[in-house]
Each structure stands twice: as structure tokens, then as C-alpha cells.
Write a protein that binds this ligand. Structure first.
Ligand SMILES: [Zn+2]
Length: 507
């Protein structure tokens, strides 16, 4: 990238304002910007190597930049303003080891590590934003303000006939018209690539997941809707997103070529539909903000798989060597199967005007909210509206840590009365004034809801930000403390069955 940049001054290093410039381990976070040649541009961000063992996106992104500078893609060059980060997981990228992902045909030097130097999977960190890389990405969204975000990966091992699989943002609670448009983009790119001999489809696995030889699959299903994934999160910010997953069993050069062809097809589509891209993303933002304060929106706490369509799939029975690397095919069979690659949102609850957060937690909650770009006020600035208090109906504390955290899933409802706890400290007017106040009537109100509602499957309660208060140790003295969040304005809604985070894993 530096060599390209030195040959053409149009390609310049890019660093978002107020963002970390390096990982916690000291590896620089490097990105470049290539401005469109027209004023009529759509901004697009290309992310690669978030899982640093999945390396072909890093190569394909650089090939594409070189070809842009060579003048090979004039329409996209003219209408797209690009920022590219080829080695997002900078720690993992340099930790090359031929022992990693041996089932994947790799360059001789080996490939890098999935996690960062702290052991975090950066593609699960978007909500809690623990890693410097995530803070960099969130700052980039505010600073560069892309309409479209790409994230480039490799699959982990299912055997199907597609050279590449993809996904739009699946984010729970994102604007429905935006999600439908995101899917339309990818459907049209899929149909175009099929005529060029590049079979692609929504990222997923067969039902059941581990097919026995000769077993007939019952369907094909995608991964889940939580915004912790880098390719889901942009939907909550009214942006389009594209997950690209090259097929792990193709050769390294083939995977680079497939990823290049797929990304270029998407870029061409975006350039050709730039007015629609601007309209749909702009309308999503306006849909959220219109009508307040007389109308407050509802948002879903869960979603169910829905049958999307019927499609042609191929089940491949591979021949493998001792490393699990595919050396050929024993058989290949075609099936027409139902695909479950869209989610029907469920368990809608009315959102409050905003949330108050106990001042005792401001030191760690304010930085993560502000990293997301959410406006945080003082409690004294809250509107005059009735308060609601969270009544917990049920809970599940994970028995295994994930990303170093034992996740806490709460069920319950907001009600007008505080729980009768004679010995617990009650909220005084001074406590309410000293709290943080986060209004949901703000451009990133959807993100704020999913960070702050205690029933959110991916919020700060789940990720342990309030564990010292909400997860009591054996022998703790007295009554539990008051709940650290208060809703301002009507926020009723049944306790319901509670959020159902799906078990399906993304790669
Ligand atoms: Zn991955």
C-alpha cells in the first residue's frame, strides 16, 4: 500500500479523528483513502483480515486498489470514495504460523491468528468495544461516514458448491427498508456473477449442520442477527454492509480471485445505484427520527428464522488429507432446498424517551457510549416524564466465559414502581440529576437502545458492564443494590419469553 501511495498521490494514509493509532500491543492501525474523481460520490469502507488467518481479503483489497490506480475500473473510481484497511487485526496479521488453519491451502509462510494479542475475537467486539481496533472502526464510521461497509473473510469448513458466500447486515432492529435494499444489492450481484461462472449465495450451513455421507439436507440457514459482528453492526447505524466469505477449500490464488471479483461486482453495483444508496440510507435515518416525541418507535428483542426462498444447493463429499485439507471430491449432489437467510423480528417493545445510568458507572459506560458516537447528557437534562424501573423476571448467567465475560441474559419489564426493598438505596432527585442521560431521540438511538436496554441480547448488561451490581457473590452482605438503569418515559412492554440469542456461530 505504501508503494502504491508513493506512485500515485491520490492514495493517501487515512486515520480517523480521535481514534487510537495502534493496537494495545503497539501494532499500527493502517488505512488508506482514495477519493472519488467526481463530486457525486458514495463513501465505501473495505475491511480485511479481522480474522487474520483468513487472508485473501487482505490480498484482494490491495489488488483492487492497484487496479483502481491503473484505471481499470473507471465507473467505480469516479463515483466511489474509498477507505481500505487491509490488516484490521494488526496483531494477528503479523503472527504468521504454518500450523494455523492447516485445512486451508495457505501461502508457505502460513497465515496469521484469528484473535488479537489480548485473545479477543474482534468480530464479536462491536457492541462492547473493548479493543482499540473496534474504537478505531467506530471512530471511522463517524469521521468518514461510509454508506457501505465491507468485511472480508474465509469460511471455516462446511462443504458446499459456492465459491464465495456473503451476507447483508442482519442487524436486529435496523430499518426494514434498508435491510431489504441491502439484500437486493446482493441478490443482483449474485445473479450477475452466476452468469460469469462464479456461484455465490448467502453465507450459511446446511440443516442439519454436520451432514452424514448420503444424508439429505433439509435446508440452508445463515448466521445470527446480533450487532456484535462487524458486518451486522452498520445496519444499526443506517448503513449498508457486505460480509464476504471466500470458500476455504479453494486454492489461495482462487480465493483471492473470487474475493476480488465479488467485491468489484458489489462496487460496480454501488456506483451504478449511488442515488438509491444515498436515498435509502438517508430515509432510514429520517424514519428513526420522525414523529418524536408524540410517536415513539418499537424495537424487537429477538427474531425468528423465516423461509426466504427455494434455491439450488450442492452437497460436496470431500476427500481429505491428514491435515483435513480437501484433495478432491468423492461425490457431489444437487438439491432444491428452502433457504432461511432472513430473520423475522419478534418481541417488539416500545422504546422509552431515554435511559438514566447510575453515576457510579459513568466512568466505564460513558466512554463506550461516546466511542459509538452516542450523545450523552447529564441526568438533570432529562425530560419531565414518568420514570420506569426494571423488574427482573428471570435470568441466565452463562456457565462459560466468552471473550473473557460470563454473559448475563435478563428477562423482565419496565414498570412505574420501584421494587419494594426497604434496605436498598433508593433513587433520590440528586441521584437522578447526577446520572448520565441518553436520549433515544438522536441519530444513533437504535444503537443506544441495544446497548442500554437490559433485555438486549448484545447490550452492556449482557457484556458484564454492571456485573459487580447484578451478579452477586456468595456471602454478599444485605440486599442487592438498586438496578443501575432507569427508563425515562413510557417503556412498558410484557416480560415476554425474553431474548433468544441464537446459538448459530458465524465464521
Ligand atoms: Zn472470519
Amino acid at each position: 500500500m505504501a508503494a502504491l501511495s508513493s506512485r500515485d498521490p491520490a492514495l493517501v494514509p487515512y486515520q480517523p479523528k480521535l481514534a487510537p493509532t495502534a493496537t494495545e500491543a503497539g501494532k499500527p492501525l493502517l488505512a488508506w483513502r482514495l477519493r472519488a474523481t467526481s463530486k457525486d460520490a458514495v463513501r465505501v469502507y473495505l475491511n480485511a483480515n479481522i480474522h487474520a488467518g483468513e487472508v485473501e481479503g487482505k490480498e484482494a483489497a490491495q489488488v483492487i486498489m492497484r487496479e483502481f490506480l491503473q484505471g481499470l475500473h473507471p465507473a467505480a473510481r469516479q463515483h466511489l470514495d474509498l477507505v481500505i484497511c487491509p490488516a484490521y487485526n494488526a496483531d494477528g496479521t503479523d503472527a504468521l504460523d504454518p500450523a494455523i488453519r492447516k485445512y486451508q491451502p495457505n501461502p508457505e509462510s502460513g497465515v496469521g491468528r484469528r484473535e488479537n494479542a489480548r485473545g479477543l475475537d474482534l468480530n464479536r467486539d462491536l457492541m462492547k468495544a473493548q479493543a482499540a481496533n473496534t474504537k478505531w472502526f467506530l471512530a471511522m464510521l463517524q469521521d468518514f461516514d461510509p454508506a457501505v461497509v465491507f468485511d472480508l473473510h474465509t469460511t471455516n469448513g462446511s462443504y458446499h458448491g459456492f465459491h464465495l458466500t456473503y451476507a447483508p447486515s442482519l442487524a436486529l432492529g435496523a430499518d426494514p427498508a434498508l435491510l431489504a435494499f441491502n439484500r437486493q444489492l446482493l441478490n443482483e450481484v449474485r445473479d450477475g456473477l452466476k452468469t460469469q461462472g462464479l456461484p455465490t449465495y448467502d453465507y450459511g450451513n446446511f440443516r442439519p449442520e454436520n451432514l452424514k455421507p448420503g444424508e439429505t439436507p433439509k435446508g440452508w440457514e445463515t448466521f445470527d442477527y446480533r450487532p456484535r459482528y462487524l458486518s451486522n453492526y452498520p445496519g444499526l447505524q443506517d448503513r449498508l454492509a457486505i460480509l464476504s466469505e471466500a470458500y476455504v477449500h479453494r486454492s489461495f490464488p482462487e480465493r483471492i480471485a473470487d474475493t476480488r471479483a465479488f467485491v468489484l461486482a458489489c462496487l460496480d453495483w454501488i456506483a451504478g445505484h449511488r442515488n438509491e444508496v444515498r436515498r435509502v440510507t438517508g430515509e432510514a435515518r429520517r424514519h428513526w427520527l420522525e414523529g418524536w416525541p408524540s410517536r415513539t418507535p418499537s424495537l424487537p428483542l429477538a427474531a425468528d428464522f423465516e423461509r426466504t426462498e427455494s434455491y439450488q444447493f450442492e452437497v460436496v463429499q470431500p476427500l481429505k488429507n491428514i491435515d483435513g485439507r480437501v484433495t478432491g471430491e468423492a461425490s457431489r449432489a444437487a438439491f432444491e432446498l428452502p433457504s432461511f437467510v432472513t430473520w423475522a423480528p419478534a418481541e417488539f417493545v416500545p422504546v422509552p424517551k431515554g435511559y438514566l445510568i447510575d453515576a457510579a458507572y459513568a466512568f466505564k459506560v460513558r466512554p463506550v457510549l461516546e466511542a459509538h458516537g452516542i450523545q450523552v447528557l447529564n441526568g438533570s437534562a432529562r425530560p419531565k416524564a414518568p420514570l420506569s424501573f426494571f423488574h427482573e423476571a428471570d435470568r441466565n448467567l452463562a456457565s462459560q466465559a466468552f471473550q473473557g465475560i460470563f454473559g448475563l441474559t435478563l428477562k423482565g419489564a419496565w414498570t412505574p414502581a420501584e421494587l419494594p426493598r426497604p434496605m436498598a438505596p433508593h433513587w433520590t432527585p440528586e441521584d437522578l440529576d447526577r446520572a448520565l442521560y441518553v436520549p433515544l431521540e438522536q441519530p444513533l438511538g437504535r444503537v443506544a437502545f441495544y446497548l442500554l436496554d437490559p433485555r438486549s441480547p448484545d447490550g452492556l448488561v449482557f457484556w458484564g458492564f454492571f456485573h459487580e451490581c447484578l451478579v452477586r457473590s456468595d456471602g454478599a452482605w444485605g440486599e442487592p443494590l438498586r438496578f443501575p438503569l432507569v427508563a425515562v418515559g413510557a417503556a412498558s412492554g410484557a416480560a415476554g419469553p425474553g431474548p433468544r440469542p441464537p446459538a448459530k456461530k458465524a465464521e
